[in-house]
Write a protein that binds this ligand. Structure first.
Ligand code: NAD
Length: 494
């Protein structure tokens, strides 16, 4: 069995991982490091034969060792996967950095630790599951016992984005596997490396062949669409753009696949005059610019009570200008590039549109010119606007870059109305020292999660997901278990 994926010392090679082996075949495509623009890897686009083979391998795993594995052993296996990620921690960090260009400190503190933690968390989550039991009086005067058994869905397709590649993919692969499903992952075409590495870990820790498979490629007319249309796949769990979710929903209709969608956002933050202003400025600067704004939960609209508006804007400007852009390993760098040239063009298009729509550019607003290798990277300036109408396109459309509009408000009711006036509904962040108000406003928000005096903080057992066009369903803790397994009722006439 071929468990090593590397074929060239110079360039990483991301092969498809099917039935416990890295298989040859598929059209090669280039993977660039966004911090330098250099090609650092090749991935191989899975064609219909490779996707078919992955589905067959997953189905066989369900009939074989993986499907027969007792829960206790499966839980041990998940912990072994987490150990395996940690044992190759540096390799994962380097893979993630090479694909995304993100600062070393971010991959080291967030992406890879959470990638490992997801397996431990869902190993725990399936430890003590119960199901419903009802004893029923029957029409003939007897009794019947009804109880549910929980079963895996079968073959689950996982389609993931590029912004937090390992973290978001394992957020779905771990609970799906914990519930006994066999998975086929289609990572983003921009970031195939850490998922490929996870294939190596799966083989090295002895996960049964076919329980975890990886197919590389693009969305439409490629591996993504092949997976969503495949009759052997029972469910698709997807994180990505809302319009991609719409396309997947149509494709998945053919055999009525179960769907879980974590989609785009246009998140609002609300800063009241009574907030701890230093904390609000620091917290929202982090929220707006972490991972170069490429976080679905990032606030791109910040509503600030008029009496503290100027103080807040000055503080946010200072934080944005203090960020240090550069290559991932350079000293003190905390601000990386955007994922691709194409995405940079999109974000710069919004920078121009903001000006056209009447913005005052408080800071940033353009591309970043850096020295050395980073000069070829896809860097843009962290950007803050004021003077925009709440109805401006840049205040309604998801930019997915390091930019936010700061808009004043006068009353709590106005802040709630403006924050909720969006077709999206993923997250909000409320800053106030009045806890009655915090609860009142938090409850009024049309979102899946409202943070108070914080952002990105979350017990992973809580429900996570979006409302409106930000998603379908909830994942996290038992909510993930409820999606990745289904109860089957047994009724015994006593
Ligand atoms: P994307 O939708 O362009 O791509 C995501 C994945 O879908 C990729 O693997 C891609 O190849 C695949 N894909 C694209 N078209 C497809 C099709 N027709 N059929 C099957 N697969 C297809 O998203 P992205 O640009 O990689 O990620 C950024 C987006 O993800 C943003 O909108 C962001 O808000 C969202 N996001 C949401 C969450 C959340 O938890 N709600 C988390 C992270 C990112």
């Amino acid at each position: 069995m071929q468990t090593e994926n590397q074929t060239s010392p110079a360039l990483r090679s991301c092969k498809n991982y099917v039935g416990g082996e890295f298989v040859d075949g598929g059209r090669p495509f280039e993977i660039r490091n966004p911090a330098t623009g250099d090609v650092h890897a090749h991935a191989f686009e899975a064609d219909a034969d490779i996707v078919d083979a992955a589905v067959a391998a997953a189905a066989n795993a369900l009939k074989g060792d993986w499907g027969q594995m007792p829960l206790a052993k499966r839980r041990q296996m998940l912990n072994a996967i987490a150990d395996g990620i940690e044992a190759r921690f540096d390799d994962f960090v380097e893979a993630e950095i090479a694909d995304t260009g993100k600062p070393y400190s971010l991959a080291d503190h967030l992406d890879i630790p959470r990638g490992a933690a997801n397996f431990r968390i869902f190993s725990d989550a399936v430890a003590n599951l119960s199901t419903e039991t009802f004893q029923q009086d029957t029409p003939d005067g007897g009794k019947a016992l009804n109880y549910a058994v929980r079963k895996p869905l079968g073959v689950v397709g996982i389609i993931s984005p590029w912004n937090l590649p390992l973290l978001l993919m394992t957020w779905k692969a771990a609970p799906a596997m914990a519930c006994g499903n066999a998975v086929i992952v289609k990572p983003s075409e921009e970031t195939p490396s850490s998922t490929t590495l996870l294939g190596e870990v799966m083989s090295s820790v002895g996960v049964p062949d076919g329980a975890f498979n990886v197919v590389h490629g693009f969305g439409p007319d490629s591996a993504g669409e092949l997976l969503t249309k495949h009759p052997g796949v029972r469910a698709i769990t997807f994180t990505g753009e809302t319009r991609t979710g719409e396309a997947i929903m149509k494709a998945a209709a053919a055999n009525v696949k179960a769907l879980s969608f974590e989609l785009g956002g246009k998140n609002a933050a609300i800063v009241f005059a009574d907030a701890d202003m230093d904390a609000a400025i620091a917290g929202l600067a982090r929220a707006a610019f972490l991972n170069t704004g490429q976080v679905c939960l990032a606030p791109e609209r910040i509503y600030v009570e008029r009496s503290v508006f100027d103080t807040f804007v000055a503080g946010l400007k200072g934080k944005a200008e203090a960020l240090k852009p550069g290559l991932p390993h350079a000293d003190g760098v905390d601000f990386g590039p955007l994922i691709s040239e194409e995405h940079r063009e999109k974000v710069l298009g919004y920078y121009q549109l903001a000006v056209d729509e009447g913005a005052t550019v408080v800071t940033g607003g353009g591309a970043l010119d850096l020295d050395d290798a980073a000069a070829r990277g896809y860097f843009v300036e962290p950007t803050v606007w004021t003077g925009l109408s709440h109805d401006a396109r840049v205040c309604r459309e998801e930019i997915f870059g390091p930019a936010c509009a700061v808009i004043p408000f006068d009353t709590e009711e106005e802040a709630i109305r403006l924050a909720n006036d969006s077709e999206y509904g993923l997250a909000s962040s409320i800053w106030t020292t009045d806890m009655s108000r915090a609860h009142r406003v938090g409850e009024a928000m049309e979102v899946g999660i409202s943070w108070v005096n914080c952002w990105f903080l979350r017990d992973l057992r809580t429900p996570f997901g979006g409302v409106k066009m930000s998603g379908i369903g909830r994942e996290g803790g038992v909510h993930s278990i409820n999606f990745y397994s289904e109860p089957s009722n047994i009724c015994i006439k006593l």
